[in-house]
Design a protein around this ligand. Structure first.
Ligand SMILES: [Mg+2]
Length: 213
């Protein structure tokens, strides 16, 4: 065994030079923590009878630009998602609950900053999915992509996990380090740290206060 073998797990994210401070990180919700677009697809089928789309077809953030979905259909589904008007479960992105629960229990309370206009079903979802006490997380709804950086600054947060590239550029300009969470709608060149899944994200976190599993 080579002397440096204990460090090789950190090398999984070799394209990234920074480690994420677990006391200074926050998260977007949709597309990072919650698998919202899979529920979007289910609602498109169940409510609107649209079944020709696949997850990989969502190659842009403004869906009317990369799919044949009508604006009214998109708005209806987004409203249902934001208001909790659905019966199928909103699943977490695989691996998210374990990492978030560990952060929320052992470090600072979790901070989620979402451009959703109101918290809707998100608070109950977080509490139930992560089995976390309500004092161990905060959900900030901005109603706008443009004010996320401000909310992060107010909370001394310097890393943000996000799936919308345009927001990542805004955050970078505002002095917050964005980490792109890979999704079909953010597959174009960018200068940011990037992770393909929650396992890669966990490997980037500079865990300090408790033993790494
Ligand atoms: Mg998102």
């Amino acid at each position: 065994m080579r002397p440096l073998d204990k460090d090789t797990s950190l090398g999984e994210a070799a394209n990234n030079s920074k480690r994420i401070d677990p006391y200074s990180v926050a998260f977007d919700f949709d597309g990072v923590v919650a698998d919202t677009m899979r529920l979007f697809l289910k609602l498109a089928d169940d409510v609107h009878g649209i079944n020709h789309l696949a997850y990989e077809d969502f190659t842009c953030y403004a869906l009317s630009e990369c799919t044949d979905l009508k604006e009214a259909t998109i708005l209806d589904i987004v409203d249902r998602l934001q208001d909790g008007h659905y019966t199928d479960p909103l699943d977490p992105i695989p691996g998210a609950p374990g990492v978030l629960k560990r952060l929320g229990e052992h470090y600072r309370p979790l901070v989620f900053v979402t451009a959703r206009p109101h918290v809707g079903p998100v608070a109950d979802w977080v509490q139930q999915t992560l089995s976390l006490d309500a004092t161990r997380f905060e959900i900030v709804t901005t109603g706008s992509y443009d004010t996320k950086a401000n909310e992060l600054h107010q909370r001394n947060i310097s890393f943000f996990i996000e799936d919308r590239l345009e927001t990542c550029f805004q955050l970078q300009l505002a002095g917050v380090t964005p980490v792109v969470f890979q999704q079909p709608w953010n597959r174009r060149a960018h200068p940011f740290m990037e992770v393909a899944n929650w396992e890669e994200l966990a490997a980037l976190i500079a865990w300090t206060d408790e033993k790494h599993p």
